[in-house]
Design a protein around this ligand. Structure first.
Ligand code: ZN
Length: 189
């Protein structure tokens, strides 16, 4: 099922990784909450939530999360502070904050389909429904993911995934465990 969610990014380490937390869950938190502990496997990792822009994701991609603050996170308390601001952790800009004017980023995941490396790229249903546009985008993206076949993925209103990829892969693609893939957001490449 498709649900509204917010994107969360780890405050340290692989900051291009993205986790999704249900918007309902985050709306319950105080409006100033920007740092979360997100459940990733057996761990609860510090992440920054982007509350400006809800996104639609498949329910299976959602993660549990609780509110936290920079004082609870050694990385946030030290790494994110420019020298001279080290006594005011809450005033520090966070590295995962996107600077304005950044080029659009792609949300992608690596997978294997019938033994072939594949790069899944999340797109809108509108784009996927337009065969010409989807085909052009796949061609444009292909050089950025050398060695992998680009497959576009969109979800319809009930969360059912739809793919744009090699026609004889449709059954294999439908079996992909989308919620178990490691989704990342970053510039193509
Ligand atoms: Zn942190």
């Amino acid at each position: 099922m498709a649900v509204w969610a917010y994107e969360c990014r780890p405050c340290a380490g692989a900051v291009d990784e993205v986790w999704w937390v249900a918007r309902d869950r985050i709306d319950e938190m105080a409006p100033e909450v920007r740092l979360l502990r997100v459940q990733v496997g057996a761990h609860w990792l510090c992440a920054v939530v982007d509350r400006r822009r809800p996104v639609v994701v498949e329910g299976g991609l959602l993660r549990e999360a609780v509110a936290t603050d920079p004082a609870d996170c050694p990385e946030c308390a030290v790494r994110t502070m420019p020298p001279g601001e080290r006594t005011m952790p809450s005033a520090a800009p966070h590295p995962a904050e996107s600077p304005a004017g950044r080029p659009p980023v792609l949300t992608t995941a690596e997978a294997q389909v019938l033994g072939c490396p594949v790069r899944l790229v999340l797109v809108t249903m509108d784009l996927l429904n337009s065969p010409g546009e989807a085909g052009m985008l796949a061609v444009d993206l292909q050089p950025h993911f050398a060695g992998a076949t680009v497959v576009l993925l969109a979800q319809d209103v009930d969360g059912t995934p739809h793919f744009h990829g090699p026609a004889d892969w449709s059954d294999a693609l439908a079996r992909l465990p989308l919620d178990q893939l490691s989704w990342r957001t970053g510039s193509s490449g």
